[in-house]
Design a protein around this ligand. Structure first.
Ligand SMILES: NC(=O)NCCC[C@H](N)C(=O)O
Length: 255
């Protein structure tokens, strides 16, 4: 697997004001968040990735969730028009950063919206969550951008959680994993395996073997170990309080 670089963006001092949709607000420790973010970045680096920092967006409480600003496919970065208007100022600097990494840019026009967290790529299939931050126009525009590149763009419902990737991600063999009570339609995926914890639904593929995941899902980590993978747990409690997970904290660029 030729993943080599990842965009990241350090947390805003206003992180605790981040948007909430499905969770109640609880206190967020901004200093601990910075330490957890650094440990997340270090885990990528130790695994051999080069991290590229998008300039901070201190006025954007949710800026650290940089995944939401785009989807990359082949040599194209489609820049999001965020489903939450508060988050739209996050995109411009992220677009510049990914362009500087050699990507062509495409943009989504009004009234279309999508958040990168709604996009799950499994091989050439691009699943797009609909029902929350990504609307029909956003889906259609994404399809128009990605299908000429060989992608098959498939809509899937998302009603129980914020984003599609809050509900499901995929293992290196393409098996989609999710915590079943929060997955609207497991049959949308050709191969689905249930995990025992919500946070166990979220993995970042460090390579074909190692899975970056939240430390809050030890039973799912044990399951992945049984399947022959190596979990790499990181503590991301302060981001979980804001409906974030390991995937949201970076944009993986395939070499
Ligand atoms: N991709 C993601 O799951 N992003 C998490 C975004 C959380 C942020 N508080 C939001 O509501 O937009």
């Amino acid at each position: 697997m030729a993943i080599t670089r990842a965009l990241v963006r350090r947390p805003s001092p206003r992180l605790a004001e981040g948007l909430l949709t499905h969770l109640e607000r609880v206190p967020v420790d901004a200093d601990l968040a910075v330490r957890q973010w650094q440990q997340y970045v270090d885990a990528l680096t130790v695994a051999g990735w080069t991290t590229v920092e998008v300039p901070p967006a201190d006025d954007c409480p949710d800026g650290v969730f940089v995944e939401d600003t785009m989807v990359v496919y082949g040599d194209l970065a489609v820049i999001a028009r965020a489903g939450a208007t508060e988050r739209r100022p996050e995109a411009a600097a992220a677009a510049e950063a990914v362009q500087a990494q050699g990507y062509r840019l495409a943009h989504i026009d009004a009234p279309g919206t999508f958040d990168g967290g709604d996009i799950l790529k499994v091989g050439a299939t691009v699943y797009v969550g609909q029902g929350g931050r990504t609307n029909q126009s956003g889906f259609e525009q994404l399809r128009a951008h990605l299908e000429p590149l060989g992608a098959q763009v498939v809509p899937v419902p998302v009603r129980k959680v914020l984003h599609l990737k809050s509900a499901v991600t995929a293992l290196p063999d393409g098996t989609v994993i999710g915590y079943e009570p929060l997955v609207d339609d497991p049959s949308a995926f050709p191969s689905f395996r249930a995990v025992p914890e919500e946070a166990g639904s979220h993995v970042v593929l460090l390579d074909d073997r190692r899975l970056l995941m939240a430390a809050s899902a030890p039973r799912s980590a044990a399951l992945f170990s049984e399947l022959g993978y190596t979990p790499v747990p990181v503590d991301i409690t302060e981001f979980e309080k804001l409906e974030g997970c390991v995937t949201c904290l970076s944009v993986r660029l395939r070499g």
